[in-house]
Design a binder for this molecule. Structure first.
Ligand code: DGY
Length: 323
């Protein structure tokens, strides 16, 4: 690559990252709104870009991978998740792929805890009440939430983020179980107990939190059968990927009261959640903001640029992804 590598990006990045792009890279001005795949490719072609910084707005499936402009040597996603990229199809063209692991682990785990606490303590309903004027004292037995301490939290998927949630949950006095393909070494378990079979873990959990990637294997894994195995009154949390959940089943479980509440940062049809979800008082939802802090988004952008700089220097990416 050139001394000032030519890059394009699908979104405007935080200030410090944009400042580094201006100082070290040759790039068009930041887009006012996220670019879709075809617009990004056209821009890359026009500017002879050697690297593309992408987000889920500019998904690259197997077909699109064939159309990545020939100057591009690296697709650097500013995310840890890879479900918007067909990594095998991209790398088969000799184009490297990188992501931004680790730097967003703590923020995502914080958000999962926020969902656990907000849902258990009925934050959405309380906020709605206050915004409607409040107006009278609540009775001692009215609108009661659930205590988090003393409960059993089940973590489905004990990767970096699952481990960080376990670490935090211990501080809230919960017993933590986890289900993962394999048992982790004791230092990574964070005091949590491995349960080999999900079906054995679900009935033991008053709170369940998903931390799996979105893939064809995990698509719709949270269905009516999964939810029925949770005890009545359980809290369901998903800060991972919307496609893990069958939303018809989730809505049924929330309407019937089988679930006391759900805390979601993600849904299937982002950014247009199923309107039936939004009618549910026992849903607490945030708009896919697991990594949305100044510090973390800056770290993610900087890591993506470190990957570009490494490839520009003829080295492998710092955080490469392989199929
Ligand atoms: C990630 O990094 O995967 C976040 O969920 C943003 O998509």
């Amino acid at each position: 690559m050139a001394a000032r590598p030519h890059i394009v990006r699908s979104v405007r990045l935080p200030e410090a990252v944009e400042a580094r792009i201006a100082a070290e890279f040759d790039a068009p001005p930041p887009p006012d709104k996220p670019l879709d795949t075809d617009t990004l490719f056209r821009l890359a072609e026009k500017t002879h870009a050697e690297a593309m910084l992408v987000t889920h707005h500019a998904a690259i499936n197997a077909e699109a991978a064939q159309r990545i402009p020939s100057t591009v040597k690296l697709v650097a996603t500013v995310s840890v998740g890879l479900d918007h990229l067909d990594v095998a199809a991209i790398t088969a063209r000799g184009i490297a792929v990188s992501n931004t692991p680790d730097v967003l682990t703590d923020c995502n785990a914080d958000l999962a805890m926020l969902l656990i606490l907000a849902t258990s303590r009925r934050a959405a309903e309380y906020t709605a009440l206050v915004r409607a004027g409040w107006g009278r004292d609540l009775g001692m037995d009215e609108m009661l939430g659930q205590r988090v301490s003393g409960k059993t939290l089940g973590i489905v998927g004990m990767g970096r983020i699952g481990q960080a949630v376990a670490r935090r949950a211990r501080g809230f006095g919960t017993t933590v179980l986890y289900n993962n393909r394999r048992r982790l070494s004791p230092e990574k378990e964070e005091g949590a107990t491995w349960v080999e079979h999900l079906d054995d873990m679900l009935p033991r959990c008053q709170i369940i939190s998903l931390h799996l990637p979105g893939s064809d294997d995990t698509d719709g894994m949270v269905d009516a059968a999964f939810l029925a195995k949770l005890p009545k009154g359980a809290i369901f949390v998903n800060a991972a990927r919307g496609r893990l959940v069958n939303e018809d089943a989730l809505i049924d479980a929330l309407r019937s009261g089988h679930l006391a509440g759900a805390g979601l940062d993600v849904c299937r049809n982002e950014p247009h959640p199923d309107p039936r979800l939004l009618e549910l008082p026992n849903l607490f939802m945030t708009p896919h903001v697991g990594s949305a802090t100044v510090e973390t988004r800056t770290d993610m952008g900087m890591l993506a640029l470190d990957n570009v700089a490494a490839v520009a220097a003829g080295k492998p990416p710092v955080t490469p992804v392989t199929a």
